[in-house]
Design a protein around this ligand. Structure first.
Ligand code: KG4
Ligand code: ZN
Length: 364
């Protein structure tokens, strides 16, 4: 069966095609259009602007995907879309497209949480097929622009949030530090690039929350420490030639503190919950230093999975494994006419889903 997935939770418009068999599935193709260049001048994503761009671009983008694969909309057996969490104006565009297609072509519509989509990006193997053999319990570190969570899965589609950020998300901290240093948006790629050339021991920024016993995160203290360092440096005394080095050192020292915090908390969660597999996903998972250190958190390398870089940022392909396992678990019939009741939910958190389906058996 052929499926179409739609992602518009933030500033990427993306569609993907998947092929699902009874026990096998894979990603066929996807298109992504980033709006980063448009939001750059505002230093972050402007929700209404992002909705306008999704609306402007989705038609040509979807057409490009369909023509490339010689497919017509009526040929899909099912549609999946990001229902939330995310920016409500942006989610409204994606869900309107999804509901319209489902209604006019009489297709089942399957809602996907943006967080479970990030988690399931790890189920896409290098050859684009959906992995079948990731063992449970699986511990996920989800690090994006909106979320930083440790999530334990005892089985497919069953999530328990063990800990999360109490203030800024990891990606948000990267974005804010980039803004302090006038490095542009999004912050993660540029800060990590500058960090490569910097001295990570130059500034002794705090490693947040490492003394707390729980599995929560907090990055506002680290962000404030960076802010004071930037403000207190006498930039007039730093020569033009030395300025890039000062910026590189701040980026490297900040990145070290943040990554170390993520790693220490993950190790703590491993100790507490003894998972069989440990996984990393989300936009910040593209960070090379984090990827390297994460690989070392468990001695047995086979137990660690890190999402392919192309599936770390927002994309529609990562919804495909979610659809595969939802169809397998609940049956496609369960989603017939579901378009009627699927409004977007800006704050659709995984912890809400647990409350909703306490036995992990019900349709979401
Ligand atoms: O998952 P994502 O694409 O969107 C959300 O769901 O939020 O994550 C975007 C976040 C941004 O904050 C961006 O700065 C960060 O991921 N990011 C990175 C890197 N690439 C993207 N952070 C650190 N290092 C990177 N290489
Ligand atoms: Zn995301």
């Amino acid at each position: 069966m052929k499926i179409l997935t739609i992602e518009t939770s933030c500033d990427e418009t993306s569609f993907a095609i998947g092929e699902i068999g009874k026990d096998k599935a894979g990603v066929v193709d996807q298109v992504i259009l980033s709006q980063a260049a448009i939001h750059k001048k505002f230093g972050g994503v402007v929700p209404n602007l992002s909705a306008r761009e999704h609306l402007k671009n989705f038609g040509p983008l979807l057409r490009q995907l369909l023509e490339r694969n010689k497919l017509h909309l009526k040929e899909f057996d099912c549609v999946g879309f990001t229902r939330g969490p995310g920016l409500i104006p942006a989610l409204l565009v994606g869900s309107s497209i999804a509901k319209t297609l489902a209604y006019f072509f009489h297709k089942p519509l399957i809602p996907v949480s943006h967080l479970e989509a990030h988690i399931y990006s790890n189920w896409i193997a290098k050859n684009q097929t959906i992995r079948q053999k990731i063992e449970f319990p699986a511990l996920n570190l989800v690090v994006s622009g909106g979320h930083t969570q440790l999530v334990l899965m005892k089985d497919h589609l069953c999530y328990k949030v063990l800990g999360e950020t109490l203030d800024d998300a990891a990606g948000e901290a990267f974005d804010k530090v980039a803004r302090m240093l006038n490095l542009g948006y999004p912050g993660g790629p540029v800060v990590s690039k500058r960090a490569q050339k910097g001295d990570e021991n130059k500034y002794n920024f705090p490693t947040p929350m490492i003394k707390s016993r729980d599995l929560n995160f907090s990055f506002s203290g680290l962000k404030t420490a960076v802010l004071y360092t930037v403000k207190n440096l006498d930039w007039t005394k730093i020569s033009k030639a030395e300025k890039p080095t000062a910026i590189n050192d701040i980026c490297a020292s900040f990145q070290k503190s943040l990554v170390d915090c993520l790693i220490i908390k993950t190790q703590q969660a491993i100790k507490n919950h003894n998972p069989k597999t440990v996984l990393l996903c989300g936009g910040v998972a593209a960070n090379e230093v984090l990827r390297k250190k994460f690989r070392l958190v468990v001695k047995n390398e086979k137990k660690v999975h890190i999402a392919e870089k192309k599936y770390c940022g927002d994309n529609a392909a990562m919804l495909i494994p979610v659809l595969f396992f939802k169809i397998k678990k609940f049956g496609l019939k369960n989603f017939k006419d579901s378009w009627k009741n699927l409004e977007p939910k800006a704050d659709w958190e995984l912890s809400d889903k647990i409350k909703l389906e306490s036995k992990c058996g019900k349709q979401m």
